[in-house]
Design a binder for this molecule. Structure first.
Ligand code: SF4
Length: 214
């Protein structure tokens, strides 16, 4: 990202943060992934349980390695190697009662709406209700003008790329394009649009001035 893109990113991100605040959600901006990582780690209280949700953004940041170093913090991690599908499902259930969940958002609109699409639903369910605190780390590449462009981004870009990443047997893996499949491995089953929250600042969006995740 060059200097001009950096200026654009901060201006737009600060405007999105104002829109989030009007919706009783919190937001903050970090120009770099490294700064975002430090600021997110500082938000995790001592002794907290932290639910790991599927997010390449968090992985790109190296966030989980950093959180694992925190004393007295327990990561509820359904991606732990060696778990059977049944065990991973049970860990996802436990995550619903965590102190903190960390994920990204598939898209965020200029007026502060969070748009996500899940295969199993645990990530969007936990964003909506369950964990006491929700921290979403979002690269500026996921800021879109409105709901239509958010849904188009998610369906025609995020979902096919994630299908490819996960090695699924979905048609979009072959073509790169969504075929509205009915595959058993379809990852596009539950939409969520979060427009605000009754619990003020339960959701905090950390916007990052870099392209991160899908
Ligand atoms: S609906 Fe199916 S084909 Fe379309 S993006 Fe999702 S998984 Fe891929």
């Amino acid at each position: 990202m060059d200097a001009h893109q950096t200026v654009w990113s901060e201006k737009v991100a600060q405007d999105v943060i104002k829109q989030l605040e009007k919706r009783r959600m919190g937001g903050s901006y970090a120009p770099t992934a490294a700064q975002a990582k430090g600021e997110i780690v500082e938000m995790i209280p001592a002794g907290a349980t932290v639910f790991r949700c599927g997010s390449m953004t968090a992985v790109d940041l190296g966030l989980w390695d950093e959180i694992a170093k925190l004393p007295e913090v327990e990561i509820i991690d359904p991606f732990r190697p060696g778990l059977s599908p049944e065990e991973a499902l049970e860990v996802r259930r436990q995550g619903m009662a965590a102190d903190v969940m960390i994920a990204s958002s598939n898209a965020i609109t200029l007026d502060g709406k969070l748009v996500n699409l899940d295969g199993m639903g645990n990530r969007v369910a936990a964003m909506i209700f369950g964990p006491k605190k929700v921290i979403l780390v979002v690269g500026v590449n996921k800021i879109v003008p409105d709901l239509d462009s958010a849904m188009a981004r998610v369906k025609h870009y995020s979902a096919p790329v994630n299908s490819i990443r996960l090695g699924l047997k979905n048609p979009c893996v072959e073509t790169g394009l969504c075929a509205d499949c009915k595959s058993p491995q379809r990852i596009c089953n539950m939409w969520s649009i979060i427009e605000g929250h009754m619990i003020k600042d339960r959701i905090h969006v950390k916007l990052v001035g870099e392209d991160l995740g899908y």
